[in-house]
Design a binder for this molecule. Structure first.
Ligand SMILES: [Zn+2]
Length: 292
């Protein structure tokens, strides 16, 4: 099996990005794997600290390893938004391929100091683990927000990106480039879309020269996503859109079968709803319509 680093290098060479989808149950995980297999593109699944608390860090490590072997398919596991080294070490020991070590809420120099320490500690456990660091402000919570947070002051600059990457040794950088976690109500209905600062992405890529992730990709204009990938984004995170589809699909399943109690008969509409979102996003990230 290829390493995640090789997969990212190959995707970058093709001008593609790898889709990263958050999962917190088997419905979401099945749907992500099904979508990625259908297009035959590598995929990442991520779990934040809250999602890992629900699923179990060692459990999801074993499940994803099992899927990778059962289907001989490049599915990679990421410890999304990890705020302490202790939680990072737990994920490294559970076999995670990547981690987002997120101390972006701390003062910049403190973020650098602790992220550098984490890179060293995590690579001592697994030298292949890809460590991502985060700078700037992209808001918190992959959920539905009533009003837009003011993130303009938290945009990342090329100079701080370069300084951060050089000082910490991270493999991947998560910058703030107009992206935001969660969706506004007007985005759920599709009336408005998130827009990205493409020039900033290109300038940060040039300065930092590293792999880059776009967090909070849900609800972003498709053309902006394509341009962001062309400008240097290597991984795009989608969470809230999957959660919205999961809930709608589940409600459909329950409404269709008001007397049913068998979970695997109720869940298929939820799997299908999530799979459709995964397919649609992976097509944008890779330009692929179907497996060759
Ligand atoms: Zn994120």
């Amino acid at each position: 099996m290829k390493t995640l680093r090789t997969v990212l290098e190959e995707a970058q060479g093709r001008g593609d990005a790898v889709g990263h989808f958050n999962v917190s149950d088997l419905v979401l995980l099945k749907a992500v794997l099904a979508g990625a297999r259908e297009l035959d593109v590598p995929v990442m699944v991520g779990l934040s600290e809250g999602e890992r608390e629900f699923v179990g860090t060692r459990t999801i490590g074993a499940v994803v390893k099992g899927l990778r072997e059962e289907y001989d398919f490049p599915i990679f596991l990421n410890a999304d938004h990890t705020h302490s080294l202790a939680k990072g070490i737990e994920a490294a020991k559970a076999g995670f391929d990547a981690i987002v070590f997120d101390l972006s809420a701390l003062p910049f120099e403190e973020n650098i100091r602790q992220t550098k320490e984490a890179v060293e500690a995590l690579k001592a456990i697994n030298p292949l683990m890809m460590v991502e660091g985060e700078i700037g402000d992209i808001g918190t919570g992959s959920e539905i927000h009533d009003k837009a947070p003011d993130l303009a002051k938290g945009l990342s600059s090329p100079a701080e990106a370069k300084h951060f990457v050089e000082s910490t040794g991270v493999d991947i950088l998560a910058p703030a480039v107009g992206n935001m976690h969660g969706l506004l109500k007007s985005m759920v209905s599709g009336e408005t879309k998130k827009r990205l600062d493409i020039e900033r992405i290109a300038a940060i890529k040039k300065a930092a020269g590293t792999f880059m992730t776009l967090h909070g990709g849900s609800g972003t204009d498709d053309d902006d996503l394509r341009k962001a990938i062309a400008a240097g984004i290597n991984v795009v995170h989608i969470n809230t859109e999957l959660r919205v589809a999961w809930r709608h699909g589940l409600e459909q399943g329950l409404a269709k079968m008001p007397d049913e109690v068998v979970p695997y008969k109720i869940f298929p509409p939820a799997v299908e709803a999530v799979r459709q979102v995964v397919l649609s996003r992976l097509r944008v990230f890779t330009g692929k319509r179907q497996a060759a």
